[in-house]
Design a protein around this ligand. Structure first.
Ligand code: AMP
Ligand code: ZN
Length: 150
C-alpha cells in the first residue's frame, strides 16, 4: 500500500507550502483550498483518528490551530469567522486518513461560494506552479504572524 501522503509531507518527501513546524506538528496550506488561506494542522506521527493521539498531542494541535487562525487574521486574510474542522473517519468525509485540523477562513454570506468551490476545487489541475507560488506566499505571510514557538 502506498504510504500516507501526510506522513510523506511530514518527512519532507512530498512538497508542501509549510507555515509552521515543531517537534510534534506541521502546518501547511491545503493544496485545494476551499477559501484563500485554508490551512491544515497535522501531527508528525501517523494516526487516522483523533482518539489515536495522546491527550497532550491533541491539545497541542488545537492550540496551534487556534494560533494559525489568529495569524490568518493579522496576516490580512479576509475572514469574519472560521471553521476549525476535523473530519474523523471516512464516514465523516475524511479523505486523507491522517489526523488533520482544517483552519478554514469564512466570510459572512460565503456559503454558496464555499459549496461551489468544495464541489469543484479538485477539477483544476492547471497552472500548478503558479498555484504553488501563491500557496508558498500565503504560507510565508501566515508564518510571519505566528509566534516562533507554540
Ligand atoms: P479531508 O477530506 O478532511 O480528509 O481533507 C483532506 C484535505 O487535504 C483536503 O482539503 C485536500 O485538499 C487536502 N490535501 C490533499 N492532498 C494534499 C497535499 N498533497 N497537500 C496539501 N493538502 C492536501
Ligand atoms: Zn500518515
Amino acid at each position: 500500500m502506498a504510504e500516507c501522503i501526510f506522513c510523506q509531507i511530514a518527512k519532507k518527501e512530498m512538497p508542501a507550502s509549510i507555515v509552521y513546524e515543531d517537534e510534534q506538528c506541521l502546518v501547511f496550506m491545503d493544496i485545494f483550498p476551499i477559501k484563500e488561506g485554508h490551512t491544515l494542522v497535522i501531527p508528525k506521527t501517523h494516526g487516522a483518528f483523533l482518539h489515536e493521539l495522546d491527550d497532550a498531542l491533541r491539545e497541542h494541535l488545537f492550540k496551534v490551530a487556534n494560533a494559525v487562525l489568529l495569524a490568518q487574521r493579522t496576516a490580512g486574510i479576509t475572514l469574519d469567522g472560521a471553521n476549525l474542522l476535523v473530519n474523523d473517519g471516512k464516514a465523516a468525509n475524511q479523505h486523507v486518513p491522517h489526523v488533520h485540523i482544517h483552519v478554514l477562513p469564512r466570510e459572512h454570506g460565503d456559503i454558496a461560494k464555499v459549496a461551489w468551490t468544495f464541489l469543484t476545487r479538485m477539477l483544476n489541475f492547471f497552472g500548478k506552479d503558479k498555484k504553488r507560488a501563491k500557496l508558498d506566499q500565503l504560507a510565508r505571510n501566515i508564518s510571519q504572524h505566528l509566534p516562533e514557538k507554540l
